[in-house]
Write a protein that binds this ligand. Sequence first.
Ligand SMILES: Cc1ncc(COP(=O)(O)O)c(C=O)c1O
Length: 510
Amino acid sequence: MLDPRLSPATLAKSLGTWRDDGPLHQGLTARLRLLIMDGRIPTDTVVPSERALAEAIGASRTTVSAAYDALRESGHLASRRGSGTRAQLPGPTLSAPGVLGGEHLIDLNQASLPASALVPAALRAAADELPQFLGGTGYDTRGLPHLRQALADHYTARGLPTGSEQILVTLGAQHAIHLVAQTLLRRGDRALVESPTYPHAMESLRLAGARLLTTPVRPVAPETHGGDADGWDIGGLEDVLRSARPRLAYLMPELHNPTGSTMLPATRRRLLAAAAQSGTTLIVDETTAPLRITASVPDDAGLSLGAPLGSAAAWDGDGGRAGTHDRPGAASVVHLGSASKIFWGGLRVGWIRAESHLIEALLRARPMLDLGTPVVEQLATAHLLGHYPQAILERSGQLRHGAETLSRLCAEHLPEWSLPPLPGGLAAWVTLPRPASSALSLSARDHGVLLPAGARFGPDGSAFERRVRLPITVGPDTLELAIPALAEAWGALAKGAPPRRRPALNPSLV
Ligand SMILES: Cc1ncc(COP(=O)(O)O)c(C=O)c1O
């Protein structure tokens, strides 16, 4: 069974002292509602049967039955024949968690964390500020000035002096990639991507007419390899830049998705020099960059992030933060960032940092794609940026827990799968003992797990049959269910059981 189930004993413990002076069923109803509302009984958890809970808390079955009825009535519980009674939150939802196409499936397509604990307060603060903005039209294609200033200050503090006119606020990083691709590329232009890479970036580049070239990246944590290798083939990368002179290169030098690798300073310097010579614009996607598992208490500005690629510090490799201006004759670098992984994907706020003439060109191209970023979410993001250090620590704790759970469960259930070092990022780029990733993806579907085949991450559909991406973001409880289910799927493959092919659900791969 794939749904999280709450044991009667655990629920009895969480209920604590629920009896008050009023009727017993009302006290129990109020306490259960509270646990569901504050997330201690997560939505979609199957609660114990009425009889089992009655026994565990020493109450009559009638009391529990009346409480469950009241909670069904108020929309906090839902019962379905054959699958028990589940917790839910009343009101509209994005989609019932874990339910796709009417089925209960574990979704490993989406490597992203739930909202940071900081988000509710930021949204409340945003709602308080909103009245001052209601006199305007609300169409905001550039981004609120104070949010752009906060983002610019963040780059400046990291060693890349930036003015607010160099920032464009977008609807997330995916929108930023799409807008940059539409603006910079002409049909037939060459664009370089890492292999593997973030799949929807490849799609956007292709949609803009690009012919893709690739450079390999393997999962390496420099600290575990003596610091002399970082996963990029910089010699090969320089060769492609020199010979093919691509119009742009889309790269993730910090906690690359999906490998988790980070470019060493020497690689960055050679890349910048080669891109300057070939006239290639580097599109640096830092969506996953803040997600370092080993993040320690960041300084006041929350700068556990290194110097951005292209800053004077990154160019000189001195690790300093006191950059001047982008070097004359240096490579043109566009930075993309996002609130999605560090704060919450539901905000749909991202940004582009570029030279101001490019920002103006992007602004001219934007209205045919969309008419701006919502104001409330921008206001909330500006608040959240003020709490960056807390968010970094919160995320690093969650990811560490996820990575430890994944490593333990894989060692237990799938010992022949090889996990790379996990310095951070969203996922582990796992090596399979034989090339069967696509078949595994189908078999996993039969075992209740949505797992993208390794091939989804490569521009060449046939590559990465020996790889799968396992998210460390989905939470230990989900991993406890997913990994044994994947082990069964893998076992069924080994026995030659033909997968029952069904169309893939949830095409978005984040
Ligand atoms: C590297 C990378 N870039 C961009 C995105 C899209 O992010 P957003 O939610 O900000 O559109 C993702 C999402 O997973 C990602 O991993």
